[in-house]
Design a protein around this ligand. Structure first.
Ligand SMILES: Cc1cc2nc3c(=O)[nH]c(=O)nc-3n(C[C@H](O)[C@H](O)[C@H](O)COP(=O)(O)OP(=O)(O)OC[C@H]3O[C@@H](n4cnc5c(N)ncnc54)[C@H](O)[C@@H]3O)c2cc1C
Length: 383
């Protein structure tokens, strides 16, 4: 059982502690699931997470504010048990993030379905030529009477191919670059959408490249104000970035647990591995990394929950540090397992594959460094 002492930290309230205990019990009873067919597994996870009320935390019909500490706790708990369960949970929130934060009452009706687990959500921002460079995206949305007509291509779209509803970012041209983007709510059965390619990755999840050919949307599909799409995407990522760090933290905690189990039970040279100073040094580094990441994540989440309008610096630090240390913690756990560490299907081998993409999506590590540097330089300029 992973170290739970962080639950006593003052960043968390009693309802968070109860939530963590309840979800832990749910995970122990329901996870991991069979990943052989990731589409079916993912749909099934969304259904079960919804039916048992967990997806209600991914959106809020009355208040756009989300309980970020709850989201982080949930992602780290789910990730510790099953990466696909964390993915299924997270995408319902990220996919509907623009609606939760900026949608009108009619658009929010979709939240009832995504929270109940009866509709799967996707977030379509990245394009073949603009993943990190979001402001440069090329998909267009042109007004035509009361409608919008969308043309373009999106790639790396999580839940692409199984989603029922997407939020899609497109260029509407109110201004240059970032100042000319808007966000639209797009049911997956809208004529003009094609799933061009399903993408296989080292830790399989439903992923696809989509195209839009003269896809016609009513005026009511526009989320918020035309031209404000870039700020909306950044506000959504501001929230969900800390939760990517939390998922990485869940993977790292599981790796530390697995390593502790291994070194406590395996003997080498006539003594338990756990008695070897170099092994203890690895364990100490892993535990230190895990605690430091947790502090950054719950600092970011607490800052948001405490009323901060934006947490760009805190969220970027949390995501950057947690994903980078998780990679290193998992690598140490693989090493401590020897040959078993790279045996297909072993938990540490799965974690080794699961963690890699988290250092790339929702802003690669280098992009997080740019954001942090910009924030601290702005602070210097203001003083
Ligand atoms: C598993 C997975 C799931 C994803 N899910 C989604 C999704 O649901 N929706 C969605 O819209 N997108 C999604 N993405 C896309 C993801 O956000 C992009 O892959 C990511 O933003 C990087 O963009 P890119 O792949 O085009 O790489 P590029 O933009 O070409 O960047 C390549 C590398 O260049 C470096 N780099 C980038 N910018 C800088 C810089 N400013 N300074 C220095 N170095 C830099 C980084 O190391 C980066 O990894 C997903 C990606 C993956 C792998």
């Amino acid at each position: 059982m992973a170290d739970r002492s962080f639950l006593d930290w003052p960043f968390l309230d009693d309802h968070h502690r109860l939530l963590a205990a309840d979800l832990e019990a749910w995970c122990a009873a329901n996870l991991p699931v069979d990943h052989t067919d990731v589409d079916a597994a993912c749909r099934n996870l969304v259904t079960r997470l919804g039916a048992d009320g967990w997806l209600g935390h991914s959106a809020n019909m009355e208040r756009p504010e989300l309980d970020l500490r709850a989201l982080c706790l949930m992602r780290e708990t789910l990730a510790r048990h099953d990466g696909l369960a964390d993915f299924a949970f997270a995408m319902q929130g990220l996919g509907m993030g623009p609606v939760t934060l900026f949608g009108d009452e009619q658009q929010k009706q979709w939240l009832l379905q995504t929270m109940a687990g009866t509709a799967v959500a996707g977030f379509a921002l990245s394009e073949p030529a603009s993943g990190s460079d979001v402001a440069n995206l090329a998909t267009t949305a042109s007004p035509d009477g009361d409608d919008w007509v969308i043309n373009g291509e999106k790639t790396w779209i999580s839940n692409g191919g199984i989603a029922d509803i997407y939020t899609v970012f497109a260029r509407t041209g109110e201004g240059p670059g970032a100042r000319g983007l808007s966000c639209f709510l797009v049911p997956a059965d809208t004529p003009g959408i094609t799933i061009e390619e399903r993408i296989d990755v080292i830790a399989p999840h439903p992923l696809a490249r989509l195209t839009f050919a003269n896809m016609r949307l009513p005026a009511s599909a526009l989320i918020g104000t035309a031209g404000k799409g870039f700020g909306m995407a950044m506000a959504v990522l501001d929230i969900f970035r800390s939760t990517v760090g939390a998922a990485a933290l869940g993977f790292a905690r599981r790796a530390l647990d697995e390593a502790l189990g291994r070194v406590s039970t395996r003997e080498l040279f006539g003594a338990p591995m756990a008695a070897m100073p170099t092994v203890q040094s690895s364990l100490a580094e892993m535990a230190l990394d895990v605690d430091a990441a947790a502090l950054l994540i719950y600092r970011a989440a607490w800052t948001k929950d405490d009323g901060a309008a934006r947490i760009s610096r805190e969220a970027s630090m949390a995501k950057l540090h947690a994903t980078e240390i998780a990679q290193s913690v998992i690598d140490k756990a693989v090493q401590l397992h020897g040959g078993d560490g790279v045996r297909s299907g072993q938990m540490v081998e799965r974690l080794y594959r699961e963690i890699r993409a988290l250092r790339i999506y929702e802003g690669a590590s280098e992009v997080q460094k740019l954001i942090i540097a910009r924030q601290i330089l702005d602070g210097v300029a203001e003083n």
